[in-house]
Design a protein around this ligand. Structure first.
Ligand SMILES: Nc1ncnc2c1ncn2[C@@H]1O[C@H](COP(=O)(O)OP(=O)(O)O)[C@@H](O)[C@H]1O
Ligand SMILES: [Mg+2]
Length: 306
């Protein structure tokens, strides 16, 4: 059984000019970490809100754990947990209160909930701040509290909407470890991110979304393989025009440089020519980041990453 299956899922918000989702098809296997990868506005949160019964689709269908997210919303809610994007901690509750309350509201018995709360505090290394007013916590710690609220529930499927946004690298790792642990305990995890490295490190499968549409789907490897015949990227900073580069590979203009996705022969040819011209270049393996740039293109004002 699929843990999540979306069929031609569409959503147009009231008064919106364009649909937030258009005919989206998704299939998530049980026990997987599944990632929705996309920029701001791609429609990731909309998918999660529909699948977690918080928002009605305009058309199409979302089936989660075999239950219809619209018609069987009440049953479904008991079997899922969600760490929403931009969730806020509540003054004057402590981190411990937050986790305990969320478990109690899910129906965990008091003693069990107290135990699980302690575990969750340990999981996210929140013991030092467990009993302080949450308002005093830094943004990163608050974010960890939000994640801690879902890591020790009984839910079969856990949704996390950009769980590591704005976190320092160590805090991100800590959350990654918890997601890996959750998966190890047999749960399905559906996660959104706009960090390619995160999608690459965690996902069994992923989709790239843009403007409410599916741009690519597969394992991190297969999505990467969409450019495997161009497995090397060469960033060219000067002395070449875009049209001159086209013969070496696929050219993507990025702020201040051209990124050429090339095969070995193309990379060698370009390297030789760059040496002859004394051009500034940088060569590296293609990452999911490059695939993303290649697939969704680069818009004005984008950094381009790398
Ligand atoms: N409540 C809303 N009303 C109108 N438009 C919305 C609302 N929520 C999101 N949108 C629009 O829907 C699109 C998808 O948004 P969202 O699902 O939040 O994307 P993401 O999570 O990938 O950033 C965006 O264009 C956004 O502006
Ligand atoms: Mg979002």
């Amino acid at each position: 059984m699929k843990a999540l299956e979306a069929t031609r899922l569409s959503k147009t918000y009231r008064k919106a000019k364009q649909p937030a989702l258009s005919d989206l098809d998704l299939a998530v296997e049980s026990g997987q970490v599944f990632t929705l990868l996309g920029r701001n506005g791609a429609g990731k949160t909309t998918v999660l809100r529909i699948a977690s019964t918080q928002l009605l689709p305009s058309s199409g269908r979302a089936e989660v754990l075999g239950l219809d997210a619209v018609k069987q919303a009440k049953e479904l809610r008991e079997r899922i947990a969600i760490a929403p994007q931009e969730a806020e901690t509540v003054y004057p509750l402590t981190p411990r209160d937050h986790i305990l309350l969320s478990l109690r509201m899910r129906g965990n018995e008091k003693r069990d909930a107290v135990e699980r709360t302690q575990q969750a505090l340990e999981d996210l290394e929140l013991l030092d701040v467990a009993d302080v007013n949450s308002d005093w916590l830094s943004g990163g710690l608050k974010q960890r509290v939000i994640v801690a609220m879902v890591v020790r529930t009984d839910a079969d499927l856990v949704f996390l909407d950009e769980p590591t946004i704005g976190l320092d690298p160590l805090s991100r790792r800590r959350i990654w470890e918890q997601l890996t642990r959750l998966k190890g305990s047999g749960k399905t995890i559906v996660l959104t991110t706009h960090y390619m490295d995160e999608a690459e490190a965690l996902s069994d499968s992923l989709v790239i979304m843009d403007k409410g549409r599916l741009m690519a789907s597969g394992t991190p490897q297969t999505v990467k393989a969409m450019v495997t015949d161009r497995a090397i990227r060469v960033d060219v900073f000067d002395r070449f025009s875009q049209s001159e580069l086209a013969k070496y590979g696929h050219v993507v203009p990025i702020a201040g440089r051209y990124r050429v996705l090339a095969d070995a022969e193309g990379a060698r040819g370009l390297g030789d020519e760059a040496v002859a011209r004394r051009a500034k270049i940088a060569i590296g393996p293609v990452s999911l980041d490059d695939v993303f740039v290649d697939i969704v293109g680069v818009r004005e004002g984008d950094e381009g990453g790398g």
